[in-house]
Design a protein around this ligand. Structure first.
Ligand code: ADP
Ligand code: ZN
Ligand code: ZN
Length: 738
């Protein structure tokens, strides 16, 4: 009798390859079938790659004789569970980016490289809840045990050998005794040794608006709901998050907190550590690969209760996730601008809805996307309209530059005000969103301007150190001695950057420290923290800086904020220009008077009557944003329609445009209705780093239009002969139109 054939099983494996598909492999013999979410080593072309099993199936569309066998199964249990696989699959479909590459972007390097996760992780000691509660006086005689409890109260992430060093003798016996008494426990290291405050801070007494917001959120804890917490700067949003988080972790769930790149400072994490004794993992750029992996594992195995991170942390596996907080949800750093162009905010919202738990978007200046969702009822809008505690909102005022004498961009009226504040022992913040000394180097005799040949844009003049730098491609070159056009040495920097402002202020106020904060002065790790420390010491001083200064920080002694140039944002070609200007001005203004000190904001402008400035100042961001929304609705712009941008670049000038013309034809063939378009056109930055650039913007009324046609469009684009001669990419919900 013929034996019925056992059906052959195939594994669909996502490999890190730009090809937009999974590949089928045969499971290896003599080992258990790897389930979805497991890493495997597979032969791929001439290489061996680490891939992830996505699914298994009895069918294959590949020719059976071409199907290779998995070389090795790397995990005993799946690395990612079904919900994480679904999240990646959704993101890959939504952002039209290959699944294998999506996984590649979001997993820690050690995981991607196929390293064993069983490698001994550094275990560190921490007090158990009863250890935290115990009175050292009542601990018995052992000095070593008392000292250890004391150290663990003060520091996180101490391991046995570090404790031994502190004690001056081996800590092992004392630790064993403490373990038996259940006063200590072992957890994976989540970073370097950090002091922690002695006692946990208690929750503040909420004002009525905070209490109402908390109550609304608390009622939604076991289902999906997206909240928009629209709270002016300093209104106590963070305090609301902290109290909500405390309930969620008390119920045994995990919490994810996402913050903008610039706000993830030790101070931010400190604020959480001060409040919670639950293990906190933070993912920031300063981590080594090993630390990142340890944090990732602590999140994935459930040891960490709270994770705080920037954009990419949204993909961290958290088996008991029960709440996501997105602070400063309008911040553009949530959108990745290269490769896998996802929005962490939008991925997080999907994650919450799939996982059936709430998500809170918080901002003083919500994005128009989120605001529209809140106004239409998709999100629940909660407002905090007053500053918490005793702080007052700053007064905003425009300085009409047409009427002012000025010293290279600093009006006399402004200097006068700065002088007064310093004399009163206050601090002043001067904001200018342009780093370097001057945005142009000009020959005063023939009009020649120093230009980056790779980008065809003017170089920025820097003086510390002295050179010309291109802010588009980061190239630099030495300052010319003479004009290459006419030989004249009459060269001058034109316009104002933060370096020049710093110099001018030093001359005007030689007796006060001037602290410049921009990408150039904070390049060294920890330097920003040092500046912040100096500022928090409270001495009268002037801070000069770019938008780095506008975000997140508390500067309680700042009583005057000066905005040197608001006009560039007023006339931006980007349809989000005014929204961004409104956010930036409101955020920077929010740095003033954050405690008892009353604050003042002075905005220098040559267009003081401009309706955008006027409305922002007289009515505030909330009204301003709602007006902009109506303009967007009338103009058929996002968030009322959806954009998909196809960008292309090449060394041949015409190639990107030709490619995009063909792309447009393909798109039109795929969607007969619900498709409009702009372009193809040369990008605003038409050349960058030697490549010519162009873009095509597709517009649809429904979000699903792009998802429906996307995969087919990509496949068709891949097949265009021209697609090999250009570098191209697709950006869904683009923010960057440069
Ligand atoms: P936001 O996150 O909205 O900028 P924060 O939560 O950081 O605001 O609060 C701003 C300041 O007000 C902080 O110093 C905070 O400790 C304080 N604060 C917040 N809520 C209260 C409250 N209910 N009572 C007193 N002070 C508060
Ligand atoms: Zn010249
Ligand atoms: Zn350049």
């Amino acid at each position: 009798m013929a034996k019925s054939a056992i059906p052959q099983l195939y594994l669909q494996v996502a490999v890190p390859s730009p090809l937009r598909q999974c590949f089928d492999y045969l499971p290896p013999a003599n080992v258990p079938l790897p389930v979805p979410g497991t890493r495997v080593r597979v032969p791929f072309r001439n290489q061996t790659l680490t891939g992830l099993v996505i699914s298994t199936s009895c069918d294959t569309s590949f020719a059976p004789e071409k199907i290779k066998t998995v070389l090795e199964v790397l995990d005993d249990e799946p690395l990612l569970d079904q919900s994480m696989l679904d999240l990646h699959r959704w993101a890959s479909t939504y952002y039209l980016f290959p699944l294998g590459m999506t996984l590649q972007t979001s997993l820690p390097q050690a995981v991607r490289e196929g390293k064993s996760l069983h490698a001994p992780t550094k275990l560190t000691w921490q007090l158990s809840p009863s250890g935290l509660a115990i009175d050292p006086e009542k601990m018995g005689k052992s000095e070593a045990q008392k000292q250890i409890v004391d150290y663990l109260r003060t520091y996180t992430n101490l391991n046995t050998s570090e404790l031994s060093t502190l004690l001056g003798k081996t800590a092992t016996p004392a630790l064993k005794a403490l373990l038996t008494k259940q006063l200590v426990m072992q957890v994976p290291a989540t970073g370097s040794i950090t002091p922690k405050p002695e006692a946990k801070q208690t929750a503040l007494h909420l004002n009525d608006q905070q209490a109402f917001a908390l109550q609304e959120m608390r009622q939604a804890l076991n289902s999906y709901q997206c909240f928009l917490l629209e709270g002016i700067t300093g209104s106590g949003k963070t305090e609301v998050y902290l109290q909500l988080i405390s309930e969620v972790i008390a119920s045994g769930k995990q919490v994810m907190v996402l913050v903008p790149e610039i706000s993830l400072t030790p101070q931010t994490v400190e604020r959480f550590r001060k409040r919670f004794s639950a293990p906190i993992v933070s993912f920031h750029s300063g981590l080594s690969n090993k630390q990142r992996l340890d944090g990732w594992l602590a999140a994935r195995n459930g040891t960490a209760s709270i994770i705080i991170g920037t954009r990419s942390a949204v993909f961290t596996p958290l088996p008991r996730l029960g709440l996501i907080i997105i602070d400063e949800e309008h911040d553009s750093s949530y959108k990745q601008q290269e490769g896998f162009r996802y929005s962490a905010r939008d991925v997080a919202i999907y994650r919450a809805s799939a996982g059936k738990f709430p998500i809170v978007l918080g901002s003083a200046t919500p994005s128009l996307e989120s605001l529209q969702n809140a106004l239409s009822g998709r999100y629940k809008l909660l407002k905090l309209t007053e500053r918490a505690g005793d702080a007052n909102l700053p007064v905003m005022q425009i300085l009409d530059m047409r009427l002012q004498d000025n010293n290279e961009g600093l009006s006399h009226a402004l200097l006068q005000q700065i002088r007064q504040q310093l004399a009163n022992n206050r601090q002043v913040l001067v904001f200018l969103n342009r780093r370097g000394f001057a945005p142009l180097l000009l020959c005063r005799d023939c009009g020649w301007i120093a230009e980056c040949p790779r980008c065809e844009r003017s170089y920025t003049l820097h003086q510390q150190p002295s050179c010309l730098r291109c802010h588009h491609c980061d190239s630099q070159k030495p300052l010319p001695r003479a004009c290459p056009g006419c030989g004249s040495t009459n060269l001058a920097g034109v316009g104002l950057g933060t370096e020049r402002t710093e110099t001018l202020l030093q001359t005007e106020f030689p007796d006060y420290p001037i602290i410049r904060i921009d990408r150039d002065t904070t390049r060294l790790k920890g330097s920003l923290d040092q500046f912040v420390e100096t500022i928090n010491s409270g001495i009268p001083c002037i801070l000069v800086g770019t938008q780095m200064l506008a975000k997140g920080h508390h500067f309680p002694r700042v009583s005057l904020v000066a905005v040197l140039d608001a006009d560039s944002g007023l006339f931006s070609a980007d349809f989000r220009g005014q929204e961004n200007l409104g956010q930036l001005l409101t955020q920077v203004a929010g740095r003033a008077g954050r405690s008892e000190e009353p604050g003042k904001v002075l905005i220098q402008s040559y267009h003081p009557q401009h309706p955008v400035l006027q409305q922002l100042i007289t009515s505030g961001y909330g009204v301003f944003a709602r007006t902009l929304l109506e303009q967007r609705r009338a103009g058929r712009l996002p968030p009322f329609v959806y954009f998909l941008l196809i960008g292309a670049e090449a060394t041949m000038r015409e190639a990107p445009l030709h490619f995009l013309q063909e792309a447009l034809k393909l798109a039109q063939d795929l969607s007969t209705h619900d498709l409009q378009y702009f372009g193809p056109m040369t990008s605003p930055l038409g050349k960058k780093a030697g490549k010519f650039r162009a873009q095509l913007i597709l517009q649809a009324n429904k979000r699903t239009t792009f998802q429906r046609m996307g995969q087919q469009l990509l496949a068709a684009l891949d097949n265009l002969p021209r697609s090999k001669s250009v570098r191209w990419y697709v950006d869904v919900d683009p923010l960057d139109f440069s």
